[in-house]
Design a protein around this ligand. Sequence first.
Ligand code: NDP
Ligand code: MG
Length: 391
Amino acid sequence: MRRISMFGATGSIGESTFDLLMRQGGAAAFHTVALTGGRNVARLAEMARALRAEVAVTAYDDCLPDLRTALAGSGIAAIAGPQALLEAADRPADWIMSAIVGAAGLAPGFHALRHGTTLALANKESLVTAGPLLMAEAARHGARILPVDSEHSAIFQALVGEDIAAVERIVLTASGGALRDWPLDRLARATVAEALAHPNWAMGQRITIDSASMFNKALEVIETREYFGVAPDQIEVIIHPESLIHSMVGYRDGAMMAHLGAADMRHAIGYALNWPERADLPVARLDFAALGQLTFRAPDEARYPALRLAREVMATRGLAGAAFNAAKEIALDHFIGGGIGFADMAAVVDATLAALSHRNSLGNAPMGLEDVLAMDHLARQEAGIAARAIG
Ligand code: NDP
Ligand code: MG
């Protein structure tokens, strides 16, 4: 029986993964090693019982008593804290979903690769902060990373049977998020609730706001470079409001391979779960005659400074990705907390990168995970200072 684990089980990607696991046979078809969550221990315990997991892990020590209570009589072990997440990652499994949100997802995924697992990677922050380390670790241990981000799953699928050397360009599609049609002067005053009204995708709170600011697409541009090894100038972004083309690969002969499907993450999760095979998936089928048309427009860099920042990060490389992601996470915290405005998030990230490039060598290649985590820590402090100055 295939042994599986899931990090971030209680989130949006976690719920979709759980849904597919249950549809594909649940505890009768999979041996579940570990399930992890954060504060939602009631749901974590439900999932752990349904899949008869060996262990359930909450990221927070203060949540452990509630998790224990919720698992009473089940025989499922309950543990807590960042170290417990690593312990769970060290338990051998054949397939592991990495779906914690933020840089907190990096260390568990990194640990899991040491055991030669197949890591289904939704946590794009892992590749943005530590791409070269992660890819090297996977290669060293014969582990495999399969993309779960819909764009990267689409690119991965459009590359099947092809030679990466024949690729001319990769076109990442972007919905443009909740505020894509707002006039620029109104955009700066957008509220959290307004940024959360995503037109096409139902996702976690943080990635939904990142979609409106295009910080999500900025992370994905970097993720594309790290995962597929193409040059930054081979990566384009196009706004495609319908979100039905999930991304495209353009080849030297002018051919474009596009991946289309409903805006449902179970496409990409199901592909990673069943790869290299395809399984029946409970996603809506496209009716092209009813759709009528698909539309595209170029992203405006004045509206989306995050895209320019991603180009700068790729030019710097080294630890710049770790600094960029950490600054973005802090800026987002301050926006959600009401301390800064929507447009200030890019200003905070910009100021953080500027401050760090004066004081440190952002371009230095990280020697290990510790270097990435140290830069993550430093950039969080610097971004906090910038956010308080701007707010
Ligand atoms: P959610 O916010 O919905 O879920 C996050 C998960 O991580 C929850 O299980 C949460 O626990 C847990 N968690 C939160 N903070 C921590 C922490 N500090 N340590 C350990 N666990 C923590 O996120 P999403 O599912 O939307 O996104 C997960 C990842 O997948 C992100 O990297 C995102 O960018 C990526 N992704 C998501 C897509 C989507 O459609 N949602 C699409 C493509 C990529 P709890 O809720 O119990 O507190
Ligand atoms: Mg995506």
